[in-house]
Design a protein around this ligand. Sequence first.
Ligand SMILES: C[S@@+](CC[C@H](N)C(=O)[O-])C[C@H]1O[C@@H](n2cnc3c(N)ncnc32)[C@H](O)[C@@H]1O
Length: 511
Amino acid sequence: MLVPLQQVWRMSSGNGTRRKVGKLQHFNNMMASAPETLTEVQGLFSKVRTYVKPSNGEWSIPDPNVALRHQGEEHCRLQALKVSLNAVKNQLSDKNVQVWHQHTNFTNRAGKVIATVRSAANAEVCTQAWCKFYEILGTFNPLPGEALQSGELNTVHLCEAPGAFITALNHYIKTSESTRYCDWSWAANTLNPYHEANGGSTTIADDRLIANTLPWWFFGSDNTGNIMIQKHLLELQVFVSNMRRVDMVTADGSFDCQENPDEQEALVASLHYCEATAALLLLSPGGSFVLKMFTLYEHSSVCLLYLLNCCFHSVNVFKPATSKAGNSEVYVVCLNYDGKEAVRPLLSKLIRNYGPHLADREALFPNAIIPESFLKQHEEVCSYFHRLQVDTITENLRLFEGMSTEQRQRFDHIRDCVAHDYLQRFEVSFLPRSRWISRNTVSPACCSVSAGRPLGQKKQTGSFNERRELQTLSWREAREGLLCHLDTETLHGRWDRLLAGRPLSNVRGSW
Ligand SMILES: C[S@@+](CC[C@H](N)C(=O)[O-])C[C@H]1O[C@@H](n2cnc3c(N)ncnc32)[C@H](O)[C@@H]1O
């Protein structure tokens, strides 16, 4: 765990900070003297559960004739977890969202990672997503060995604005010995931030990468970029057909569910089905798939996780240290795809039913098809992440009542330890700007870059209960209430969006 001084020096030599070495030496000494700190830090980086397939081949791709034909039934033990988690989350309903975020930012053990990576590694579009994906790369090594040996790597990134997974992957490839000379091609999809059909709350304002790499982005023939449109799926396949093989697909899709947080999982289910269908269609044998999901309690998630387990050699559910511990977000990391051949009949059915309601009507599989041995493991996975999240929220609620000076100092210390451990653990090293993806970056003044909040989206204010109350007011009353809450940055964001609101034609294809 404690890194030799030479390695620390190698890592920080990029920006030539001798001073940092001394600081890290000091940090190592502190770590050595506090084993409980070491355990706590290590625990943050080990939040993962892996499904173990029975050797008798019991987990096999279901017959397409039973798929999407029956109503799904809820799983009572999983629903009990949902009720209990929502009861804990409901205790936050009277908290002012800004004050609460300030509090949880302070108690977030990984809260200093972004700033540390930004200054030590010169990372491009260095956001929380960057740090999460770098952690996934460093933990699972999802780039298939076969691709690396051939010297060619092709990746597709769904729901990807503003593009930090891509810049993190670029950083990883350019700074790792085994991938440095790899010939890497990528393509990405996302809701088109310049298309007026995409409301302010659905797109991301930060277009630093997109504006510089437009030909690599796929927005489909209607230019919206919506991955849930059936023809877009087939067009995307054509868009990436110049890739000899597709080695990794990432899908980080989500949208704002803050007005109905109890049903977040059900609201995003169809998006997740579409992302998974796209991955199964695009990936080559041996490929990897990284899918962002939330809680996994609904029947739709049980079916999806089962399907992924039937199609990949290894399926892991991972909560990165750099994902805020109080939220439900997890990453499903699937390694070594069996290939389309095995899943083709079911995939055809998924494609025929593809769309924004794919997970809303009939269940993907009837309950009777899902083996008990899978359900048992799945329940264990859900209980594990349930406990982690409930513990975090409960701790945050307790600390919200007040923190002693010692407690504050300890948090500060842990946050430093986690940030430095992150750099060491994932060997994050300096990348000169000349090796960034957008080397000739336009000056920020030319891009509509803002704080990474969706374009034009109002900053959440007040408590959940207060926002609910606001919704029941008349339109005029509500508008007045909202206008007083709008900050200058949000107003500027809306103005930027109006200025940038011209639909762009897709440069890459003739859709
Ligand atoms: C959490 S962000 C992705 C962050 C990204 N991975 C990164 O590293 O910067 C989620 C993205 O999903 C996009 N999205 C949501 N629904 C979508 C849809 N139906 N089709 C395409 N993109 C979608 C949103 O516009 C947003 O850009």
